[in-house]
Ligand binder design. Sequence first.
Ligand SMILES: [Zn+2]
Length: 162
Amino acid sequence: MINLEGDGFEWFNYYWTEFIEWFLAAPLIAQILVIIGIVTIIVLTIVLVYYIAKGICLLLTYIGKGIYKLFKALSTAVEGKTEEKEQSQQIHYVQAVEPRPVVQKTPQITKTNTNALGKAHFCTECGVKFPEKVMSSLDSRGFAFCQQCGSKSEINQVQISI
Ligand SMILES: [Zn+2]
């Protein structure tokens, strides 16, 4: 009737039907006790699985924290060496930056140029005030032609005239 060399389900099914037959035939108190026992086993299994999972999680976090602390300690040990290098590099950097005030002299030159542009220039022939377009060409080329009379004005002549 029952093939014992079959798969596990057939084996389980046989004992399950045997159990059901016994359970239905058993008195009510035995049925209740069996149900209570099964429920208790299920609840205990759930609780056990929960605590095992919690324990594994805690263990993993502790391992993670331990690894993190280890890496942090290693990194700080490495950073201690690199910080010394960085400090020496910063000193070099500051030394490299120091000549910059010499470079800042160029804006001062442009300031004098803007001052020259700010001055009003007039034509030496007709006395008309030069517009900004003529002023810029006067500053860049050193000479410009008056828009009114067409005479050539050089920057030195204008400065002398003022
Ligand atoms: Zn003119």
